[in-house]
Design a protein around this ligand. Structure first.
Ligand code: COA
Length: 141
């Protein structure tokens, strides 16, 4: 059974493992600090999904106040499911919870950006009803 809940500092080791799989390795201390920082940030929500009592995935939401609209919009800033637990609906459970959160906060759009190379993720988003609507330009600072 999949249970989605808010991330806690004690999830640090599992979250660090998941960030590594996403391609963003981080120390335990840095991961725990991010959990605390996100928990304190009103515009963000970091959740985990448990499968059989084990943390098997994470996802994070950020709510933006756009200058082009009166209504907030929500962005999925990260999502990853442990390799050993993929294709069991856990990613879908994570997105569903973030979508519900975005609706509760009055958002009229849920969006995300994803690297060109992540073909698996593109298939996943398409299946969940997301459409490709733009391009992402980035400039490292
Ligand atoms: C993308 C990701 C989060 C999906 O998680 P998941 O738990 O495996 O996804 P689900 O089991 O909920 O998949 C739901 C549906 O999406 C589609 N889907 C998911 N993964 C897919 C894949 N690799 N190829 C094709 N379709 C896929 C399927 O239709 C699937 O339903 P089905 O298994 O009944 O066919 C996971 O593959 C992952 O962590 N990838 C690596 C990290 C990553 O790329 N994150 C996104 C960064 S932008």
């Amino acid at each position: 059974v999949a249970v989605v809940r808010d991330a806690e500092t004690a999830d640090g080791p599992a979250l660090a493992r998941l960030l590594d799989q996403l391609g963003y390795p981080a120390s335990l201390a840095a991961t725990a600090a991010r959990v605390r920082r996100l928990a304190a940030a009103a515009a963000d929500r970091l959740v985990v999904v448990e499968h059989d009592g084990e943390v098997a995935g994470l996802a994070c939401l950020h709510v933006d106040l756009p200058v082009v609209s009166d209504v907030p919009v929500a962005r999925i800033t990260a999502i990853v499911v442990d390799r050993a637990h993929r294709r069991r609906g856990l990613g879908e459970a994570l997105v569903s919870e973030l979508e519900a959160e975005a609706r509760r906060r009055g958002c009229d759009l849920l969006y995300l950006t994803t690297a060109e190379r992540r073909a698996d993720a593109h298939a996943f988003y398409g299946r969940l009803g997301f459409e490709q609507t733009g391009r992402r330009f980035a400039k490292p600072l």
